[in-house]
Design a protein around this ligand. Structure first.
Ligand code: G
Ligand code: G
Ligand code: MN
Ligand code: NA
Length: 254
């Protein structure tokens, strides 16, 4: 209960911060995008990861102002790094609650336009469980976002209790292969390999880009590359880091 009150104040008192993790082109190692990941600099408990407070935020509805703050912050950051690296986009996680909000489109436009970020430079990451609730109103909102040029990623793909039929309706642009599958690749697990291969083929058939998440080792990197995934994310390429560190990584070496 106390944590709820503290979390409510955290947004207003500037205790949240955002780290950025690179998403690279597997063939060249070039940074293509960066995922914004929220942290809470708690005055007593130190830096808390999302898992420590986002479930509470979702229960209480505080996730809406939190995600909105992250979205604005990330759009401003991306507009800044694109002056240095014009092709590098940004990815922001959105909780399911946003899809049910009629003001979602206005919120996203306010963030991109306010930052001077072209909509095509923003990817919104949504989980399967958020997407399968897909009422007509939700689908309509997703289509409006696509019409603006916003990209839509299905996060943690393969971990929800969803059927695959929703892929036919959701106007997504990419799939993020959940890191639990990638984690098993290093051990030359035949089933893990087949799973990632299947996701990659499915993505190709639906004309979706694929990001392999949680790539930690050279062996996993080799496996996802051999399977044909185009993009990768994980400690092998870079940990989530504060904006200045990402900017350093993006500095053209010349
Ligand atoms: O950084 P970390 O690996 O601990 O993130 C854990 C999870 O929290 C990720 O799967 C990510 O989807 C989620 N997450 C991180 N930042 C945000 C955010 O700003 N909003 C929402 N809704 N989820 C986030
Ligand atoms: O949105 P999503 O749940 O996919 O967020 C990515 C989460 O995965 C973040 O919390 C991030 O800190 C974490 N992460 C990113 N790269 C790696 C990795 O290589 N290994 C592990 N174990 N976790 C990672
Ligand atoms: Mn994500
Ligand atoms: Na994920």
């Amino acid at each position: 209960a106390e944590l709820i009150a503290e979390l409510r104040r955290a947004v207003d008192e500037g205790q949240l911060c955002v780290e950025y993790q690179p998403i690279v082109d597997l063939a060249t190692g070039t940074v293509r995008s960066a995922e914004a990941l929220v942290r809470w600099r708690h005055p007593r408990l130190g830096v808390l990861p999302p898992a420590a407070f986002l479930p509470l935020a979702e229960e209480t509805g505080l996730i809406v102002p939190i995600d909105r703050w992250v979205l604005h912050e990330a759009c401003r950051a991306a507009a800044a790094w694109r002056e240095r690296a014009p092709q590098v986009t940004v990815a922001v996680n959105l909780a399911a609650a946003h899809l049910r909000r009629p003001d979602l489109i206005a919120t996203v436009i306010a963030a991109t336009a306010g930052a001077g970020l072209p909509p095509r430079a923003l990817t919104l990451e949504l989980t399967e469980s958020a997407l399968i609730e897909g009422s007509d109103a939700v689908l309509d909102r997703l289509r409006q976002l696509r019409e603006l040029g916003i990209r839509l990623a299905i996060d943690d793909f393969g971990t929800g209790y969803s059927s695959l039929s929703y892929l036919h309706h959701i106007p997504a642009t990419e799939l993020k292969v959940d890191r639990s599958f990638v984690a098993r690749l290093g051990a030359e697990d035949v089933r893990a390999y087949a799973t990632v291969e299947m996701v990659n083929r499915l993505a190709a058939a639906f004309d979706l880009a694929v990001v392999a998440e949680g790539v930690e080792t050279d062996a996993q990197h080799a496996a996802v590359t051999a399977i044909g995934c185009v993009h990768g994310q994980g400690w092998r390429y870079g940990r989530p880091a504060a904006l200045p560190e990402l900017l350093t990584a993006l500095t053209p070496v010349d």
